[in-house]
Design a protein around this ligand. Structure first.
Ligand code: ATP
Length: 261
């Protein structure tokens, strides 16, 4: 297992935000991190990425405690696409993507050699953003910025890629293209997602958080049951098999009973 969390806990203002979560992320697969607003998805993603330190438990990368590994070695392996990115940075798109190459160099001045440019341009192409290369970052739309930010992460050539709501700002065609891309790359991917149908369609392994606790883990048909969706989201759903062979959720309305655990 490339990435594991064992009994991980993190609190804010005395309240557990992540509460004793143990998971194994299947290597080379695409795992979706699901849960209602405030359930702890972003926090857990940051813990998996080593951006937050667990207050209890450990995150293990290839069997080693993430916080005992040199930061540079982790940065070379793991790429993170955060939810919010600044729109103010005065750089071209190509330079933003080249930032992904920094962990592969000892000196900043060494970034932007031929090999780096090849990686950066290939990543832009994969994200359907090749034509944006010379645009100034602040002039991009939200969806363009999102695609470039993902290209930056791919240019890093990570073995683990963690993304927080990467489909935000993307139209449906770009959402599907991005999830197809993430399914095709030979990298361990963990994506926080709100859209349960997209998660069921594109991800092999789902983790469902509720109030900081892991309430279900496994393949989509096992995790996304009507009972679980109603209990966690407080919404009634009819679940059928979609033409893709994956579960398809049809939301019927609010639960007639209060959401609880
Ligand atoms: N530094 C912090 N200080 C105080 N509370 C925090 C902090 N970080 C997270 N929280 C709280 O922890 C809970 C989980 O937050 P988190 O952003 O991880 O949830 P999420 O599942 O990603 O939510 P969303 O779907 O709305 O993006 C929220 O109630 C949030 O307010």
């Amino acid at each position: 297992m490339s990435l594991r969390a064992h009994d991980v806990t993190w609190t804010a203002q005395g309240r557990p935000v992540i509460d004793g979560v143990t998971v194994e992320i299947p290597p080379g697969g695409h795992t979706a991190l699901l849960g209602p607003n405030g359930s702890g998805k972003s926090t857990f993603l940051r813990l998996l990425a080593g951006l937050l330190r667990p207050e209890g438990g450990t995150v293990l990368l290839s069997g080693h405690d993430l916080h005992r590994l040199p930061r540079r070695a982790v940065a070379r392996r793991m790429a993170v696409v955060a939810q919010e990115v600044s729109s103010e940075v005065e750089m071209t798109v190509l330079d933003v993507v080249l930032l992904g190459r920094i962990p592969h160099h000892r000196r900043l001045a060494a970034v932007a050699g031929e090999e780096d440019l090849t990686y950066a341009r290939r990543a832009l192409g994969r994200c359907g953003a090749a034509e944006l290369e010379q645009r100034r970052w602040p002039t991009l739309s939200g969806g363009e910025r999102q695609r470039v930010n993902i290209a930056r992460a791919l240019a890093q050539e990570p073995t683990e890629l963690l993304l927080d709501e990467p489909t935000n700002h993307l139209d449906i065609a770009h959402q599907l293209a991005l999830l197809d891309l993430l399914a095709a790359i030979p990298v361990t991917v963990v994506t926080a997602l709100h859209d349960l149908n997209l998660a069921a369609r594109y991800c092999d392994h789902l983790l469902l958080l509720h109030r900081g606790r892991l309430v279900a883990a496994g393949p989509p048909e096992q995790v996304l049951t009507g009972e679980t969706v109603e209990r966690v989201y407080g919404v009634r759903a009819e679940i059928t098999t979609s033409p893709t062979g994956r579960p398809g959720l049809h939301f019927l309305g609010p639960s007639l009973r209060a959401p609880s655990l």
